[in-house]
Design a protein around this ligand. Structure first.
Ligand SMILES: [Zn+2]
Length: 293
């Protein structure tokens, strides 16, 4: 395991109350790692997206300060633009993934923000290792939540942190390198030929350039992700009004915000195809999730 994981814990779940309050008073920022289990080829563990998001959050909390919230390890998949992608990479085979629909995840995210605000945090950095559109809906929820709380929320998908330097992908050179660096024990490149042998699962969503992955590249990518997130967290910390008290937000207030978000469902990204994207075929089992507006 990479050395950055060593040192005192910044994880909310591992902190005693005195240490929690000490850390929070020093830096009132909470980090939320988000990911899910989904196919990343026969060579990789399912939780690649989750593991990299946790890695970034833990490293930045150690560097800048603040506390790492319990990981959100289920995420939006299947729906909208994911449907034809699943058909393309897996046909009707089982992807063995931990997917939940947008209206559940976004509702839950709203309540996660409420929990952070009520726990006294003044800033949130949510890092999603699952990219491709969900980050836009998460930002939409965050914007709505900031109408009822002065807490400031930043949301980034990890490829957004390194835009212009590295191109994010799905289980290709970029992602496989990331996990090769963070958790080499969770990558087994000797299984690369399984993509030709497994008649049912095929590539199991492996990227075409996965063989170009290396732990050296992974280290560079992850360091760049961490550096950028440190900048975001530092700027957030500097913009926070430390003296202000944040009022308790109740469930009724939160539900009113959710009502507005639901009323604008047609503007969500994760519940429909992208403009111009071709849909899944009629016999695909994913077809029914293509339009959840
Ligand atoms: Zn991934």
């Amino acid at each position: 395991m990479a050395s950055i994981e060593n040192g005192p814990s910044a994880k909310w779940s591992e902190l005693l109350p005195d240490t929690f309050l000490e850390r929070q008073q020093k830096c009132p920022i909470v980090y939320l790692p988000m990911g899910l289990c989904e196919p990343h080829g026969h060579v990789s563990a399912f939780g690649l997206d989750t593991i990299k998001a946790e890695f970034i959050c833990n490293a930045v909390a150690r560097e800048v300060g603040g506390i790492v919230a319990p990981t959100q390890g289920y995420h939006i998949h299947e729906s909208g633009y994911h449907a034809p992608w699943l058909e393309e990479v897996l046909g009707n085979a089982n992807p063995y993934m931990a997917s939940i629909p947008p209206f559940i995840l976004l509702h839950l995210f709203l309540y996660q923000l409420r929990a952070f605000s009520n726990a006294g945090f003044k800033g949130v950095v949510a890092i999603t290792g699952h990219a491709g559109g969900n980050e836009m809906d998460l930002r939409m929820v965050a914007t709505n939540f900031m109408r009822i709380s002065p807490m400031k929320v930043e949301v980034r998908a990890d490829p957004e942190l390194v835009v212009g330097r590295y191109n994010g992908d799905h289980a290709g050179k970029y992602e496989i390198s990331q996990l090769m660096y963070i958790r080499p024990d969770l990558i087994n490149m000797s299984k690369i030929s399984r993509q030709y042998e497994d008649k049912l699962l095929g590539r199991f969503a492996l990227g075409h350039d996965a063989l170009e992955a290396s732990p050296q590249l992974g280290e560079k990518i992850m360091n760049a992700c961490i550096k950028k997130t440190c900048e975001i967290a530092t700027n957030l910390e500097q913009s926070i009004d430390r003296g202000s008290e944040i009022d308790h937000i109740n469930i009724e207030q939160t539900e009113l915000v959710w009502k507005d978000i639901m009323a604008a469902k047609s503007k969500w990204v994760t519940n429909k195809l992208f403009d111009g994207q071709s849909g899944a075929s009629m016999d695909s089992k994913w077809k029914i999730y293509e339009d959840l507006t």
